[in-house]
Design a protein around this ligand. Structure first.
Ligand code: PBG
Length: 334
């Protein structure tokens, strides 16, 4: 006999617990499903051969030389992951004040994209469009002698970078720089050069966030002076995110992104309800590092926390999630 007597509570008609009785019922009424198809795996490439260096603030993530990167990408594809986002570590000697290396047809990104397209043609390649890994000062744009980040001259370089990535065979270009008007300029230039099929994943609502710290370690790209607050958004603003998204859509974005994800779930939710475009969320390096650190201490159940966190991002409205956990999640979902 159950210790709970239903008679004593007969006035209770709605009992939400009925649908939580067993796993079969729970999975029937589950509203959000996290699948491998939703995941994009950010990966770091560096010059050289036969090397793989773990990023100390991102345990389990590595910078790879091209040969080892290709082997890794084959495994990533075998796990069912459809897309990678590529970030380069540029040697100091190749950096300058306007990021010329970013549009070198034989540069690290361009060579890497070509090689990936040869070796693993089915994987989608997303390339980053921003100056920070290429510039001596670590900012996403060109800086004048007063330390001001110049918008329109930067957009000219970003356009060259996007075109050179398209020439190399990238599937999607992803401007992460937050300059005004760059999506429109890149779309026009891609079309004029015949790259109608190359899509734009716009970092539309990208916040000036302290959650990017470990990524900047990975690429050695932390700004040498000041911060990124004159181009990335203020964490306190939500309506401004909707304005940025509307502009990027008008300029031709195919997918809009919110970054970071975890502290910005309300932004993901609001953007999802105002656009029909796919919405991406970037589960950034600091979010990854926090979970890894707590798990290493034995303070949380890592696998469960990862799944709960990424499922919540989907529930908030993300269709796609860039995450350093992609491989681990793919293994868990298999
Ligand atoms: C730079 C860029 C950053 C990230 C992706 N592209 C760092 C920044 O804006 O300073 C961060 C990604 C992460 O933290 O995982 N254009």
């Amino acid at each position: 006999m159950s210790s709970e007597n239903p008679i004593s509570n007969s006035s209770l008609i709605q009992r939400p617990r009925r649908l939580r009785t067993n796993p079969a019922l729970r999975s029937m009424v589950q509203e959000t499903q996290l699948t491998v198809d939703d995941l994009i795996y950010p990966m770091f490439v560096m010059e050289g051969e036969n090397q793989k260096v773990e990023i100390s603030s991102m345990p389990g993530c590595y910078r790879y030389t091209l040969d080892l990167l290709l082997a890794e990408i084959k495994q990533v594809k075998e796990l069912g992951i459809n897309a990678i986002a590529l970030f380069p570590l540029i040697p100091e000697a190749k950096k300058d004040d306007i990021g010329k290396e970013s549009y070198n047809p034989d540069g690290l990104v361009q060579t890497t994209v070509k090689a990936i397209k040869q070796a693993v043609p089915e994987i989608l390649v997303i390339t980053d469009v921003a100056l920070d890994p290429f510039s001596i000062h670590g900012h996403d744009g060109i800086v004048n002698d007063k330390g001001v980040i110049l918008n329109d001259p930067t957009v000219e370089v970003l356009v060259k970078m996007a075109i050179s990535q398209a020439e190399a065979g990238t599937d999607i270009v992803a401007p992460s720089d937050m300059m005004d008007g760059r999506v429109g300029a890149i779309r026009q230039a891609l079309d004029a050069a015949g790259y109608f099929h190359v899509a734009i994943l716009a970092y539309s609502a990208k916040y000036a966030s302290s959650y990017y710290g470990p990524f900047r370690d990975a690429l050695d790209s932390a700004p040498k002076f000041g911060d990124k607050k004159t181009y990335q958004m203020d964490a306190a603003n939500a309506r401004e995110a909707l304005k940025e998204v509307a502009l990027d859509i008008a300029e031709g974005a195919d997918i809009v992104m919110v970054k970071p994800a975890l502290a910005y779930m309300d932004i993901i939710y609001q953007i999802k309800s105002t656009t029909n475009l796919p919405v991406a969320a970037y589960n950034v390096s600091g979010e990854y590092a926090m979970i890894k650190a707590a798990a290493q201490q034995g303070w949380i159940d890592e696998k469960k926390v990862i799944l709960e966190t990424l499922t919540s991002m989907k529930r908030a409205g993300a269709d796609l999630i860039l995450t350093y956990f992609a491989k681990e999640v793919a293994l868990m979902l298999h």
